[in-house]
Design a protein around this ligand. Structure first.
Ligand code: BT5
Length: 446
Protein backbone atom coordinates (compact mmCIF):
# COMPACT_ATOMS: atom_id res chain seq x y z
CA UNK A 1 0.00 0.00 0.00
CA UNK A 2 1.31 3.44 -0.81
CA UNK A 3 1.78 6.05 1.86
CA UNK A 4 -1.52 7.83 2.39
CA UNK A 5 -1.10 11.46 3.13
CA UNK A 6 -4.58 12.48 4.14
CA UNK A 7 -6.64 15.45 5.23
CA UNK A 8 -9.34 14.39 7.62
CA UNK A 9 -12.26 16.11 9.35
CA UNK A 10 -12.96 14.94 12.87
CA UNK A 11 -15.91 15.79 15.12
CA UNK A 12 -15.46 16.05 18.88
CA UNK A 13 -18.20 15.90 21.50
CA UNK A 14 -18.22 15.86 25.29
CA UNK A 15 -20.96 16.20 27.89
CA UNK A 16 -19.33 15.05 31.10
CA UNK A 17 -16.75 16.60 33.38
CA UNK A 18 -14.74 19.56 32.16
CA UNK A 19 -16.04 19.34 28.60
CA UNK A 20 -13.77 22.00 27.11
CA UNK A 21 -10.72 20.38 28.71
CA UNK A 22 -11.78 16.91 27.49
CA UNK A 23 -11.87 18.12 23.90
CA UNK A 24 -8.63 20.09 24.32
CA UNK A 25 -7.00 17.02 25.84
CA UNK A 26 -8.20 14.80 22.99
CA UNK A 27 -6.80 17.22 20.43
CA UNK A 28 -3.50 17.43 22.32
CA UNK A 29 -3.20 13.64 22.53
CA UNK A 30 -3.82 13.25 18.80
CA UNK A 31 -1.31 16.00 18.06
CA UNK A 32 1.28 14.57 20.45
CA UNK A 33 0.92 11.06 19.03
CA UNK A 34 3.18 12.37 16.27
CA UNK A 35 0.88 10.64 13.79
CA UNK A 36 -1.69 13.37 13.44
CA UNK A 37 -1.15 17.06 12.95
CA UNK A 38 -4.06 19.24 13.97
CA UNK A 39 -4.20 22.08 11.46
CA UNK A 40 -7.50 23.77 12.24
CA UNK A 41 -9.97 23.74 15.11
CA UNK A 42 -13.45 25.26 15.01
CA UNK A 43 -15.15 27.23 17.76
CA UNK A 44 -16.83 25.30 20.55
CA UNK A 45 -20.61 25.01 20.31
CA UNK A 46 -22.93 23.96 23.08
CA UNK A 47 -25.82 21.75 22.07
CA UNK A 48 -28.76 20.01 23.58
CA UNK A 49 -28.40 16.24 23.62
CA UNK A 50 -30.07 14.21 20.94
CA UNK A 51 -32.11 11.10 21.79
CA UNK A 52 -31.88 10.29 25.49
CA UNK A 53 -32.32 13.79 26.91
CA UNK A 54 -31.83 13.26 30.66
CA UNK A 55 -28.20 14.33 30.43
CA UNK A 56 -25.99 17.38 30.31
CA UNK A 57 -25.45 19.69 27.38
CA UNK A 58 -22.80 18.73 24.86
CA UNK A 59 -19.85 20.75 23.71
CA UNK A 60 -18.92 20.10 20.10
CA UNK A 61 -16.12 21.11 17.80
CA UNK A 62 -14.65 20.01 14.49
CA UNK A 63 -10.98 19.77 13.60
CA UNK A 64 -9.13 19.37 10.34
CA UNK A 65 -6.08 17.17 10.69
CA UNK A 66 -3.32 15.79 8.51
CA UNK A 67 -2.10 12.25 8.85
CA UNK A 68 -0.31 9.38 7.16
CA UNK A 69 -2.52 6.86 8.95
CA UNK A 70 -5.06 4.81 7.03
CA UNK A 71 -8.72 5.40 7.97
CA UNK A 72 -8.82 2.29 10.17
CA UNK A 73 -5.55 3.12 11.92
CA UNK A 74 -6.77 6.63 12.52
CA UNK A 75 -10.00 5.21 13.95
CA UNK A 76 -8.01 3.03 16.38
CA UNK A 77 -5.97 6.05 17.46
CA UNK A 78 -9.15 8.08 18.03
CA UNK A 79 -10.69 5.25 20.08
CA UNK A 80 -7.51 4.98 22.10
CA UNK A 81 -7.58 8.72 22.79
CA UNK A 82 -11.26 8.51 23.81
CA UNK A 83 -10.39 5.80 26.31
CA UNK A 84 -7.37 7.69 27.59
CA UNK A 85 -9.36 10.88 28.09
CA UNK A 86 -11.62 8.72 30.21
CA UNK A 87 -14.53 7.49 28.27
CA UNK A 88 -16.32 4.78 30.19
CA UNK A 89 -18.63 2.43 28.30
CA UNK A 90 -22.05 4.06 28.55
CA UNK A 91 -25.47 3.66 26.99
CA UNK A 92 -25.69 4.59 23.34
CA UNK A 93 -26.57 8.28 23.19
CA UNK A 94 -25.60 8.40 26.89
CA UNK A 95 -23.16 10.77 28.57
CA UNK A 96 -19.73 10.98 27.01
CA UNK A 97 -16.44 12.22 28.38
CA UNK A 98 -15.14 12.36 24.84
CA UNK A 99 -16.41 11.16 21.52
CA UNK A 100 -14.35 11.48 18.34
CA UNK A 101 -15.93 10.73 14.95
CA UNK A 102 -14.25 10.65 11.58
CA UNK A 103 -16.48 12.73 9.33
CA UNK A 104 -14.60 12.72 6.02
CA UNK A 105 -11.23 11.44 4.90
CA UNK A 106 -9.37 12.76 1.85
CA UNK A 107 -6.33 10.95 0.51
CA UNK A 108 -3.60 12.46 -1.60
CA UNK A 109 -2.24 9.11 -2.79
CA UNK A 110 -3.48 6.65 -5.36
CA UNK A 111 -4.26 4.25 -2.57
CA UNK A 112 -6.51 1.31 -3.36
CA UNK A 113 -8.82 2.45 -0.58
CA UNK A 114 -10.36 4.91 -2.96
CA UNK A 115 -13.59 3.38 -4.01
CA UNK A 116 -15.57 6.27 -5.28
CA UNK A 117 -15.45 9.94 -5.94
CA UNK A 118 -17.13 12.45 -3.74
CA UNK A 119 -15.46 15.69 -2.84
CA UNK A 120 -12.20 16.38 -4.51
CA UNK A 121 -10.02 19.41 -4.56
CA UNK A 122 -7.30 20.87 -2.38
CA UNK A 123 -7.77 18.18 0.24
CA UNK A 124 -7.24 15.31 -2.22
CA UNK A 125 -9.85 12.73 -3.11
CA UNK A 126 -12.54 11.70 -0.69
CA UNK A 127 -12.33 8.13 0.51
CA UNK A 128 -15.57 6.19 0.67
CA UNK A 129 -15.74 2.93 2.53
CA UNK A 130 -18.27 0.81 4.32
CA UNK A 131 -16.94 -1.74 6.79
CA UNK A 132 -18.42 -3.07 10.03
CA UNK A 133 -16.15 -0.75 12.02
CA UNK A 134 -16.05 2.35 9.87
CA UNK A 135 -18.22 4.00 7.26
CA UNK A 136 -16.89 6.97 5.34
CA UNK A 137 -18.10 9.58 4.97
CA UNK A 138 -19.86 9.42 8.32
CA UNK A 139 -23.27 7.89 7.61
CA UNK A 140 -25.58 9.74 9.97
CA UNK A 141 -24.89 13.08 11.47
CA UNK A 142 -25.12 15.47 8.54
CA UNK A 143 -28.46 16.94 9.51
CA UNK A 144 -27.04 18.07 12.84
CA UNK A 145 -26.05 21.68 13.36
CA UNK A 146 -23.33 20.71 15.84
CA UNK A 147 -21.43 19.04 13.01
CA UNK A 148 -22.28 21.21 10.04
CA UNK A 149 -21.74 24.58 11.70
CA UNK A 150 -18.26 23.96 13.12
CA UNK A 151 -17.36 22.15 9.90
CA UNK A 152 -18.42 25.21 7.94
CA UNK A 153 -15.87 27.25 9.90
CA UNK A 154 -13.10 24.85 8.98
CA UNK A 155 -14.03 24.21 5.33
CA UNK A 156 -17.27 25.72 3.97
CA UNK A 157 -16.81 24.17 0.53
CA UNK A 158 -17.27 20.57 1.58
CA UNK A 159 -20.12 18.64 0.04
CA UNK A 160 -22.07 16.33 2.34
CA UNK A 161 -23.19 12.87 1.21
CA UNK A 162 -26.55 14.05 -0.14
CA UNK A 163 -24.76 16.46 -2.47
CA UNK A 164 -25.47 19.71 -0.63
CA UNK A 165 -22.68 22.13 0.15
CA UNK A 166 -21.94 22.95 3.80
CA UNK A 167 -21.89 26.69 3.30
CA UNK A 168 -25.40 26.77 1.91
CA UNK A 169 -26.74 24.51 4.67
CA UNK A 170 -25.80 26.85 7.46
CA UNK A 171 -27.91 29.63 5.96
CA UNK A 172 -30.93 27.75 7.20
CA UNK A 173 -31.94 28.94 10.68
CA UNK A 174 -33.32 25.50 11.52
CA UNK A 175 -29.81 24.04 11.58
CA UNK A 176 -28.99 26.42 14.45
CA UNK A 177 -31.85 25.29 16.69
CA UNK A 178 -30.73 24.12 20.13
CA UNK A 179 -27.18 25.36 19.59
CA UNK A 180 -25.17 28.20 21.04
CA UNK A 181 -21.66 29.51 20.51
CA UNK A 182 -19.77 28.52 23.66
CA UNK A 183 -16.31 29.86 22.82
CA UNK A 184 -15.14 31.25 19.51
CA UNK A 185 -12.00 30.00 17.81
CA UNK A 186 -9.12 30.19 18.42
CA UNK A 187 -9.68 28.60 21.80
CA UNK A 188 -7.39 25.60 21.60
CA UNK A 189 -3.95 26.36 22.97
CA UNK A 190 -1.78 25.09 20.14
CA UNK A 191 -3.72 27.11 17.62
CA UNK A 192 -3.77 29.96 20.06
CA UNK A 193 -0.01 29.95 20.54
CA UNK A 194 0.77 29.89 16.86
CA UNK A 195 -1.70 32.66 16.14
CA UNK A 196 -0.17 34.75 18.90
CA UNK A 197 3.17 34.78 17.15
CA UNK A 198 4.83 31.76 18.79
CA UNK A 199 6.34 29.07 16.61
CA UNK A 200 6.60 26.00 18.76
CA UNK A 201 8.77 23.14 17.47
CA UNK A 202 8.63 19.85 19.30
CA UNK A 203 11.18 17.07 19.65
CA UNK A 204 11.08 13.72 21.38
CA UNK A 205 14.61 13.89 22.74
CA UNK A 206 17.40 16.44 22.44
CA UNK A 207 20.54 17.10 24.43
CA UNK A 208 19.35 20.54 25.42
CA UNK A 209 16.48 22.61 24.04
CA UNK A 210 18.65 25.71 24.61
CA UNK A 211 21.19 24.34 22.13
CA UNK A 212 18.53 23.55 19.52
CA UNK A 213 17.05 27.02 19.95
CA UNK A 214 20.51 28.57 19.54
CA UNK A 215 21.07 26.48 16.40
CA UNK A 216 17.72 27.63 15.03
CA UNK A 217 18.68 31.22 15.86
CA UNK A 218 21.98 30.80 14.03
CA UNK A 219 20.13 29.81 10.87
CA UNK A 220 17.82 32.79 11.08
CA UNK A 221 14.88 31.76 13.27
CA UNK A 222 12.85 34.73 14.42
CA UNK A 223 11.84 35.93 17.87
CA UNK A 224 9.07 33.78 19.32
CA UNK A 225 10.49 30.49 18.07
CA UNK A 226 10.20 27.91 20.85
CA UNK A 227 11.69 24.47 21.25
CA UNK A 228 10.06 21.84 23.42
CA UNK A 229 11.43 18.35 24.04
CA UNK A 230 9.93 15.43 25.90
CA UNK A 231 13.29 14.59 27.44
CA UNK A 232 16.77 16.11 27.43
CA UNK A 233 19.83 13.91 27.62
CA UNK A 234 22.13 16.79 28.61
CA UNK A 235 19.87 19.46 30.13
CA UNK A 236 21.91 22.37 31.48
CA UNK A 237 21.69 24.43 34.62
CA UNK A 238 23.84 27.45 35.34
CA UNK A 239 27.63 27.23 35.53
CA UNK A 240 27.83 23.82 33.91
CA UNK A 241 25.43 22.17 36.33
CA UNK A 242 23.16 19.37 35.20
CA UNK A 243 19.42 19.86 34.78
CA UNK A 244 17.70 16.47 35.05
CA UNK A 245 14.99 16.23 32.41
CA UNK A 246 13.06 12.97 32.59
CA UNK A 247 9.79 12.45 30.66
CA UNK A 248 6.74 14.25 32.01
CA UNK A 249 8.39 17.64 32.44
CA UNK A 250 8.20 20.76 30.34
CA UNK A 251 11.60 21.47 28.80
CA UNK A 252 11.17 24.66 26.84
CA UNK A 253 13.44 27.26 25.27
CA UNK A 254 12.21 30.60 23.96
CA UNK A 255 14.22 32.50 21.36
CA UNK A 256 14.23 36.29 21.71
CA UNK A 257 15.95 38.92 19.64
CA UNK A 258 15.61 42.03 21.73
CA UNK A 259 17.83 45.07 21.43
CA UNK A 260 18.93 45.01 25.02
CA UNK A 261 22.15 45.08 26.98
CA UNK A 262 23.95 42.16 28.56
CA UNK A 263 22.81 43.22 32.04
CA UNK A 264 19.21 42.78 30.91
CA UNK A 265 19.66 39.04 31.01
CA UNK A 266 18.88 39.01 34.73
CA UNK A 267 15.69 40.88 33.98
CA UNK A 268 14.64 38.27 31.40
CA UNK A 269 15.25 35.56 33.95
CA UNK A 270 12.99 37.26 36.51
CA UNK A 271 10.33 37.93 33.88
CA UNK A 272 10.35 34.23 33.01
CA UNK A 273 10.15 33.35 36.72
CA UNK A 274 7.08 35.53 37.17
CA UNK A 275 5.51 34.12 33.97
CA UNK A 276 6.03 30.55 35.19
CA UNK A 277 4.81 31.27 38.73
CA UNK A 278 1.66 32.96 37.57
CA UNK A 279 1.04 30.19 35.01
CA UNK A 280 1.38 27.54 37.73
CA UNK A 281 -1.04 29.48 39.94
CA UNK A 282 -3.54 29.85 37.08
CA UNK A 283 -3.32 26.29 35.81
CA UNK A 284 -2.93 24.31 39.03
CA UNK A 285 -3.96 26.73 41.79
CA UNK A 286 -0.65 26.00 43.52
CA UNK A 287 1.21 28.72 45.47
CA UNK A 288 4.25 29.11 43.21
CA UNK A 289 6.79 31.83 44.06
CA UNK A 290 10.01 33.12 42.52
CA UNK A 291 13.27 32.56 44.31
CA UNK A 292 15.66 35.21 43.07
CA UNK A 293 17.25 34.97 40.54
CA UNK A 294 16.03 31.98 38.56
CA UNK A 295 14.00 29.38 40.46
CA UNK A 296 10.32 28.79 41.02
CA UNK A 297 9.43 27.08 44.27
CA UNK A 298 6.38 25.56 45.87
CA UNK A 299 6.57 25.16 49.65
CA UNK A 300 10.30 25.74 49.49
CA UNK A 301 10.91 23.04 46.86
CA UNK A 302 12.17 23.72 43.37
CA UNK A 303 9.69 22.94 40.60
CA UNK A 304 11.29 25.08 37.89
CA UNK A 305 14.70 26.39 36.93
CA UNK A 306 15.42 29.08 34.37
CA UNK A 307 18.53 29.40 32.26
CA UNK A 308 18.98 32.53 30.15
CA UNK A 309 21.77 32.39 27.60
CA UNK A 310 22.81 35.09 25.17
CA UNK A 311 24.98 35.52 22.12
CA UNK A 312 26.55 38.81 21.19
CA UNK A 313 27.94 39.93 17.84
CA UNK A 314 30.46 42.52 18.93
CA UNK A 315 28.62 44.57 21.51
CA UNK A 316 25.23 43.94 19.95
CA UNK A 317 23.00 41.16 21.20
CA UNK A 318 22.30 38.66 18.43
CA UNK A 319 19.83 36.65 20.45
CA UNK A 320 18.80 35.51 23.90
CA UNK A 321 17.45 32.10 24.77
CA UNK A 322 15.33 31.72 27.87
CA UNK A 323 15.42 28.06 28.92
CA UNK A 324 12.63 26.98 31.23
CA UNK A 325 12.47 23.58 32.91
CA UNK A 326 9.32 22.70 34.86
CA UNK A 327 8.76 19.43 36.70
CA UNK A 328 5.15 19.06 35.58
CA UNK A 329 4.59 15.35 36.15
CA UNK A 330 7.98 13.73 36.56
CA UNK A 331 9.00 10.71 38.57
CA UNK A 332 11.19 12.33 41.22
CA UNK A 333 12.70 8.93 41.98
CA UNK A 334 14.63 9.39 38.73
CA UNK A 335 16.49 12.35 40.29
CA UNK A 336 19.67 11.90 42.33
CA UNK A 337 18.89 11.78 46.04
CA UNK A 338 20.24 15.23 46.89
CA UNK A 339 18.26 16.82 44.04
CA UNK A 340 15.13 14.85 44.94
CA UNK A 341 15.20 16.28 48.45
CA UNK A 342 15.12 19.88 47.28
CA UNK A 343 12.72 19.51 44.36
CA UNK A 344 9.07 18.76 43.68
CA UNK A 345 6.75 17.90 40.81
CA UNK A 346 3.42 19.62 40.16
CA UNK A 347 1.54 16.41 39.37
CA UNK A 348 2.21 12.78 39.98
CA UNK A 349 3.78 11.09 36.92
CA UNK A 350 0.82 8.73 36.53
CA UNK A 351 -1.77 11.51 36.54
CA UNK A 352 -3.89 10.54 33.51
CA UNK A 353 -4.31 14.02 32.06
CA UNK A 354 -0.70 15.06 32.51
CA UNK A 355 -0.05 15.75 28.85
CA UNK A 356 -3.08 18.04 28.53
CA UNK A 357 -2.10 19.75 31.76
CA UNK A 358 1.41 20.29 30.40
CA UNK A 359 -0.02 21.86 27.28
CA UNK A 360 -2.27 24.14 29.27
CA UNK A 361 0.70 25.19 31.39
CA UNK A 362 2.83 25.81 28.29
CA UNK A 363 0.13 28.03 26.81
CA UNK A 364 -0.23 29.92 30.05
CA UNK A 365 3.55 30.42 30.44
CA UNK A 366 3.81 31.74 26.89
CA UNK A 367 0.84 34.07 27.36
CA UNK A 368 2.20 35.46 30.61
CA UNK A 369 5.71 35.74 29.27
CA UNK A 370 4.49 37.54 26.17
CA UNK A 371 2.54 40.09 28.23
CA UNK A 372 5.46 40.83 30.57
CA UNK A 373 8.11 40.84 27.86
CA UNK A 374 6.14 43.28 25.69
CA UNK A 375 5.65 45.56 28.67
CA UNK A 376 9.34 45.32 29.51
CA UNK A 377 10.35 46.30 25.97
CA UNK A 378 7.87 49.13 25.63
CA UNK A 379 7.79 50.61 29.14
CA UNK A 380 10.95 49.33 30.80
CA UNK A 381 11.69 46.95 33.65
CA UNK A 382 10.59 49.42 36.34
CA UNK A 383 7.00 49.10 35.13
CA UNK A 384 6.91 45.39 35.91
CA UNK A 385 9.13 45.48 38.97
CA UNK A 386 6.13 45.71 41.29
CA UNK A 387 4.72 42.47 39.87
CA UNK A 388 8.16 40.85 40.21
CA UNK A 389 8.29 41.93 43.87
CA UNK A 390 4.86 40.42 44.52
CA UNK A 391 5.99 37.02 43.25
CA UNK A 392 9.46 37.09 44.75
CA UNK A 393 9.45 35.15 47.95
CA UNK A 394 13.10 35.93 48.67
CA UNK A 395 12.25 39.48 49.75
CA UNK A 396 12.01 40.07 53.47
CA UNK A 397 14.00 36.95 54.25
CA UNK A 398 17.33 36.47 55.87
CA UNK A 399 19.62 35.29 53.09
CA UNK A 400 23.18 34.36 52.41
CA UNK A 401 24.51 34.94 48.91
CA UNK A 402 27.90 33.80 47.90
CA UNK A 403 29.57 36.34 45.66
CA UNK A 404 33.02 35.64 44.29
CA UNK A 405 33.39 33.04 46.97
CA UNK A 406 32.57 35.58 49.70
CA UNK A 407 29.33 35.07 51.60
CA UNK A 408 27.14 38.14 52.01
CA UNK A 409 24.61 37.87 54.77
CA UNK A 410 21.61 39.99 55.52
CA UNK A 411 17.96 40.66 54.78
CA UNK A 412 16.87 40.69 51.14
CA UNK A 413 15.09 44.03 51.12
CA UNK A 414 14.33 44.69 47.47
CA UNK A 415 15.15 44.14 43.80
CA UNK A 416 16.59 47.11 41.93
CA UNK A 417 15.84 48.30 38.40
CA UNK A 418 18.70 46.15 37.09
CA UNK A 419 17.08 43.03 38.61
CA UNK A 420 19.81 42.90 41.27
CA UNK A 421 18.95 41.71 44.76
CA UNK A 422 19.50 44.31 47.47
CA UNK A 423 20.80 42.80 50.69
CA UNK A 424 20.90 44.89 53.83
CA UNK A 425 23.77 43.63 55.94
CA UNK A 426 23.97 43.77 59.74
CA UNK A 427 26.05 46.92 59.47
CA UNK A 428 23.18 48.61 57.60
CA UNK A 429 24.94 48.65 54.24
CA UNK A 430 22.86 47.85 51.12
CA UNK A 431 24.71 45.52 48.79
CA UNK A 432 23.35 45.00 45.27
CA UNK A 433 24.16 41.54 43.99
CA UNK A 434 23.89 40.74 40.33
CA UNK A 435 23.76 36.97 40.53
CA UNK A 436 24.73 34.22 42.85
CA UNK A 437 23.55 31.33 44.90
CA UNK A 438 20.99 32.34 47.45
CA UNK A 439 20.39 30.27 50.52
CA UNK A 440 17.48 31.26 52.61
CA UNK A 441 18.31 31.67 56.27
CA UNK A 442 21.61 31.92 58.03
CA UNK A 443 23.97 28.97 57.62
CA UNK A 444 24.13 26.89 60.75
CA UNK A 445 21.07 28.58 62.22
CA UNK A 446 18.88 25.53 61.49
C1 BT5 B 1 18.70 26.05 36.72
O1 BT5 B 1 20.05 26.04 36.96
O2 BT5 B 1 17.86 25.91 37.56
C2 BT5 B 1 18.35 26.22 35.25
C3 BT5 B 1 17.62 25.04 34.70
C4 BT5 B 1 17.16 25.29 33.28
C5 BT5 B 1 16.59 24.07 32.66
C6 BT5 B 1 16.01 24.34 31.31
S1 BT5 B 1 15.16 22.99 30.67
C7 BT5 B 1 15.04 23.72 29.13
C8 BT5 B 1 16.39 24.40 28.89
N1 BT5 B 1 17.35 23.51 28.30
C9 BT5 B 1 18.40 23.30 29.09
O3 BT5 B 1 19.38 22.58 28.81
N2 BT5 B 1 18.23 23.99 30.25
C10 BT5 B 1 17.00 24.76 30.23
P1 BT5 B 1 20.70 26.09 38.39
O4 BT5 B 1 20.15 27.23 39.16
O5 BT5 B 1 22.14 26.03 38.13
O6 BT5 B 1 20.21 24.78 39.10
C11 BT5 B 1 20.73 23.54 38.78
C12 BT5 B 1 20.53 22.66 39.98
O7 BT5 B 1 19.13 22.33 40.12
C13 BT5 B 1 21.22 21.32 39.85
O8 BT5 B 1 22.54 21.41 40.29
C14 BT5 B 1 20.39 20.43 40.76
O9 BT5 B 1 20.75 20.61 42.09
C15 BT5 B 1 19.00 21.02 40.61
N3 BT5 B 1 18.20 20.25 39.63
C16 BT5 B 1 18.60 19.58 38.54
N4 BT5 B 1 17.55 19.04 37.90
C17 BT5 B 1 16.47 19.39 38.59
C18 BT5 B 1 15.06 19.15 38.43
N5 BT5 B 1 14.56 18.47 37.40
N6 BT5 B 1 14.22 19.65 39.38
C19 BT5 B 1 14.68 20.37 40.42
N7 BT5 B 1 15.98 20.63 40.62
C20 BT5 B 1 16.86 20.16 39.71
Amino acid sequence: MTRTHAHVYLAFGSNLGDRRENIAEGLAMLHESGQVKVTEVSSLYETEPVGYTQQGLFLNAVARVETDLSPLDLLSLCKDVEVRVGRKPTVRWGPRILDIDILMYFAESDDTLLSGLGNSGEDGTEVKMDTPTLTLPHPRIWERGFVIIPLAEVNPDLVIPDGRRIKSLIQDLQVWTGLRLFEAAPWWHYADQNRKGWQVTRFTEVESTNTIAANLASVGATEGTCVIAETQSAGRGRRGRVWHSPPGGLWLSILLRPTIQSQDVGRLSLIAGVAVSSAIRETFQLPAVVKWPNDVLISGKKVCGILPETRFLGDKMDFAIVGIGVNVAIDTDLLPLDVKETSATLLSPDYPYASGAREALTASILNNFSRLYKQFLSEGFLEILQEVREYCDTLGREVTVSRLGMPIQGIAVDIDSDARLIIRTKSGEDVHVISGEVSIGVPGAG
